[in-house]
Design a protein. Structure first.
Ligand SMILES: Nc1ncnc2c1ncn2[C@@H]1O[C@H](COP(=O)(O)OP(=O)(O)OP(=O)(O)O)[C@@H](O)[C@H]1O
Length: 238
């Protein structure tokens, strides 16, 4: 697969109906092709809204978001991990993964489940999965199409430490093997220090980019000192 797309984001105004102030006004950002960008910022600043605009799900704004030059709403659908896992309760885990797109085979879905450590849960229904398993299933569903653009909204919440380490390895190996463009919304400094090439810290009213940090060290070569430096840079900016 070719490297993931580059994004140009220019939101003139995004205002929710009934809201006194716009969430975004004159907001601009660029995302480099094939990069992993972490977006941090306080609750309610607009991180999930931004992901939905990028995904072409939220079109109720003025401005332009292009994905490799194409309007977001017309671009290929991204892999999207929503904040809540959004599994369909009447389908097994395997069949939930197959809803990622038309023509997803059982084999493809099983590969994605294997990557997230859920091969043994393929025939279980969502209510039979723990919260962490449901999140991993949502991640498997997002990965199964090998989309060029992956949007991850707090994908590691409620996973225990060991699993989070495995998910870091998984995301790093996806980044290294197929090179999608990934945007990771997170509250967790460690997620950004471990995974991101670029960190955007959002703040203010209306929302702006308060800090734009580059983390050039390759993910698999970040030693303790590098990670300490990256963590400190993020903490100073948030
Ligand atoms: N459907 C909606 N209708 C009205 N207001 C909304 C809607 N969705 C979000 N908002 C408001 O827009 C702002 C941004 O919300 P958003 O969920 O994008 O923030 P966030 O940074 O992702 O927050 P969190 O970190 O808590 O998930 C908030 O003030 C929120 O209350």
């Amino acid at each position: 697969m070719a490297t993931g797309p580059g994004l140009k984001i220019s939101i003139d105004e995004k205002r929710y109906p009934g809201s006194a102030a716009p969430t975004f006004s004159g907001f601009k950002a660029e995302i480099a092709p094939g990069s992993v960008t972490a977006i941090l910022g306080p609750s309610g600043i607009g991180k999930s809204t931004l992901l939905r605009i990028i995904a072409g799900i939220d079109r109720d704004y003025s401005g332009h978001v292009t994905i490799d030059g194409q309007p977001a709403a017309e671009a290929a659908p991204p892999g999207f991990v929503f904040q809540d896992p959004r599994l369909l309760p009447w389908l097994t885990t395997l069949d939930n993964i197959r809803t990622a797109g038309t023509g997803v085979s059982t084999e493809q879905a099983m590969v994605a489940l294997g990557k997230t450590g859920l091969s043994g849960q393929a025939s279980l229904y969502p209510h039979q999965l723990s919260g962490g398993m449901q999140r991993r299933a949502a991640l498997a569903r997002a990965l199964t199409l090998n989309a060029g653009l992956l949007l991850l909204d707090e994908p590691f919440v409620s996973l225990d430490r060991t699993l989070v380490e495995e998910m870091y390895d998984l995301i790093a190996s996806v980044a290294a093997s197929s090179g999608p463009t990934m945007i990771l919304v997170t509250h967790i400094v460690e997620d950004a220090a471990r995974l991101a090439d670029r960190v955007l810290v959002l703040s203010g009213t209306p929302t702006q980019i308060a800090a734009n940090l580059a983390f050039p060290q390759p993910r698999n070569q970040r030693d303790r000192d590098t990670l300490d430096t990256y963590r400190r840079l993020i903490e100073d900016a948030t």
